[in-house]
Design a protein around this ligand. Sequence first.
Ligand SMILES: Cc1cc2nc3c(=O)[nH]c(=O)nc-3n(C[C@H](O)[C@H](O)[C@H](O)COP(=O)(O)OP(=O)(O)OC[C@H]3O[C@@H](n4cnc5c(N)ncnc54)[C@H](O)[C@@H]3O)c2cc1C
Length: 302
Amino acid sequence: MRIENPQLLAALPELGVEHCRDEQLAGWTSLAVGGTTDVLVIHQLQHLPDLVALLGREGAPWRFVGGGTNLLVGDGELPWLALHLASKNARLEFAGNQVRVPAAADLGRTVMECAKRNLGGMEGLIGVPGSVGGALRMNAGAYGIEIGQFVRRLDLFRAATRTIETVPASEAGFRYRHTAFAPSDVMVAVELELPAKPYEEILATIKMCNEKRRASQPLNEKSAGCIFKNPPGASAGKMIDELALKGHRVGGAIVSERHANFFVNRFQATADDLLRLIDYVKERIRQAFGYELEEEVIIWKN
Ligand SMILES: Cc1cc2nc3c(=O)[nH]c(=O)nc-3n(C[C@H](O)[C@H](O)[C@H](O)COP(=O)(O)OP(=O)(O)OC[C@H]3O[C@@H](n4cnc5c(N)ncnc54)[C@H](O)[C@@H]3O)c2cc1C
């Protein structure tokens, strides 16, 4: 989708919005697939309500893209704009065991900054790429922990009411890779509370998690991490592996030989290739186990 209205175009710089025309979203996602649209990069959060009001008046739909590491975006011309928070000035503010983190901050950098102040707990999240906002939306987790367990409160922009609200963690509905937010809610910042731990101890756990990841995941290939959520008490990866589907290929998309729940874009895959591979694997699992796998990756079909 392209912004053509001259008045809207003129208003964007006043709202601190950088207008990136005709972007291939393949360049904004770790799977390296996704069609074309205008991307609006928000540099001044205080203008987010005005921006969303303007887009509403224009009848221009939008979706929010963080680090793009859990997204499967459709091919071709996209019928919506992409909004993105600029991360350049994402500064963490510490007060005792608590830290306020802008949603645009990189998750891995956040874990390390906290570690340097002897604040631990989030070591398992070190290899989860993307932004803090995306991690909150997904309730990202690894190696037995999830970000939601450290959240005290969140600031979020509610597009429905065009207000920025502070909500306690109890209202976020954090569950396994799930939160209760509306699709149009935008995370703005979060207050985390973390247990005190010596830096060296945190580093040792981080090192262990990094080694486990390197040994089991195709980190040098284009992916979105796990494609499916694990069924209760089971592993989606193990189920796919049991059906000998590692290496199964549709177009340029392949079930990773290293981790069966990672689908990688090895040969210039399109979104359609990945979607067909997902459907194929789901059907095989349905036939073999009678179980309906649920996608963890967020799919925005065109
Ligand atoms: C190699 C690799 C390993 C991974 N390992 C893990 C893992 O161990 N555990 C795990 O949980 N995930 C993992 N992932 C998936 C992914 O990194 C996480 O889900 C991550 O938290 C997504 O953050 P993001 O900023 O990239 O979000 P995006 O992919 O940009 O967006 C994901 C969703 O969050 C929404 N969103 C993003 N930012 C905001 C915001 N500020 N406000 C509101 N909504 C927002 C988007 O609209 C979208 O619905 C992995 C991915 C890769 C590529």
